[in-house]
Design a protein around this ligand. Structure first.
Ligand SMILES: NC(=O)c1ccc[n+]([C@@H]2O[C@H](COP(=O)([O-])OP(=O)(O)OC[C@H]3O[C@@H](n4cnc5c(N)ncnc54)[C@H](OP(=O)(O)O)[C@@H]3O)[C@@H](O)[C@H]2O)c1
Length: 307
């Protein structure tokens, strides 16, 4: 029987990972939040892992505020790099298999064809650098590990109101024209597609780095247009702009499309095309709103989502 310990269990991805794992009766699940184990506290990590003795860890906890990381680099490094090192250290001591969630932002974005797992990294912001250092610690400490790089995550768990879809919908409440960058290309990914893939990966007898994202590519502008089209918001105009016209603390790669060939070659089913999953996102959101007796355009609070 596998015993899977999930860090960041109340985050956007973590909540979906817990749901996916619980669907498998051969897995016992240990959800872990910052309240019961702060990953930056070595003693707390040891105590928790010693108590639970999991066979696997799916490490979703992270500092994910990409712009704030530029102003608070120490915090980003402490959580994303040192916190990950703490986990890797005890995975080695207690012989636990570690699956670490990483990001497309470990790449510089200069390539113009999909990044392979073996391509050189070169992060251009603090968040990407801190996540990459997390990868480096794992590779230094463990012989067998799974580093899963994903990108542009959206989902209905955790504080989901921070995600791109909800941000667009919120801005549209006060503006009818929204400017969105059209010179950053990537793969939009959905937590309800990624989480079952992580469950599947537990049984995959291959190690190292894996790129996992939904199929198809888009720019943020194209993603925004599709959001308003699916939401039936013909009153909103999306205007394409360049990154240099949008002020943000962190630089982002202009091209961070990851190649999905490795998982395909391992026989793993590709995740759906992003547009299909975007429609699924709205179906799920509406279903939750209906069950809470809210009008479909109202975003349920993250607390209500957890009920
Ligand atoms: N979001 C994206 O677009 C994206 C893209 C690529 C990769 N990823 C990666 O995917 C993973 C999941 O991302 P997500 O969007 O689900 O993140 P999220 O919603 O921000 O969740 C992260 C979780 O980590 C917890 N956490 C933060 N500091 C911690 C600490 N010191 N100890 C224990 N827990 C701590 C947070 O708790 P609090 O909320 O209480 O602080 C939160 O529950 C992360 O590794 C992220 O780097 C995300």
């Amino acid at each position: 029987m596998k015993k899977v310990f999930v860090t960041g269990a109340d985050g956007m991805l973590g909540t979906e990972v817990i749901k996916s794992l619980r669907r498998d009766s051969a897995i016992s699940v240990v959800p872990s939040t910052i309240a019961d184990m702060d990953i930056t506290n070595l003693a707390a990590v040891r105590a928790s892992l010693e108590r639970h003795r999991p066979t696997h860890i799916i490490h979703c906890a992270a500092f994910t505020f990409v712009d704030t990381a530029e102003k608070e680099p120490l915090r980003a490094y402490q959580i994303n790099a040192e916190g990950t090192k703490n986990l890797a250290f005890f995975c080695r001591e207690f012989d636990i298999e570690l699956i670490y969630l990483s990001t497309d932002y470990v790449f510089s974005g200069e390539k113009r064809e999909p990044y392979l797992e073996t391509d050189a990294t070169g992060p251009i912001n603090i968040y990407g650098k801190s996540k990459l250092l997390g990868e480096t610690y794992i590779q230094a400490l463990l012989e067998k590990y799974k580093i899963v790089r994903t990108s542009w995550l959206n989902g209905l768990g955790g504080d989901y109101t921070r995600n791109f879809i909800e941000t667009m919908l919120r801005i549209s409440e006060t503006r009818s024209t929204i400017s969105v960058v059209n010179d950053q290309t990537g793969r939009a990914t959905f937590t309800f597609d990624l989480a079952p893939m992580l469950t599947t990966l537990l049984d995959v007898n291959a190690y190292g780095i894996f790129h996992v994202a939904n199929s198809g590519i888009c720019t943020w502008y194209e993603l925004a247009r599709e959001i308003f089209q699916i939401a039936g918001r013909t009153d909103v105009t999306v205007h394409p702009i360049l990154s240099e016209q949008f002020r943000s603390a962190a630089k982002r790669p202009t091209y961070s499309v990851m190649s999905l060939k490795r998982t395909e070659q391992l026989g793993l089913r590709p995740l759906p095309e992003w547009r299909a999953s975007l429609r699924e996102y709205f179906r799920r959101r509406e279903f939750i709103a209906q069950s809470l007796n809210l009008p479909p355009q109202v975003a349920p609070s993250p607390q209500a989502m957890r009920l």
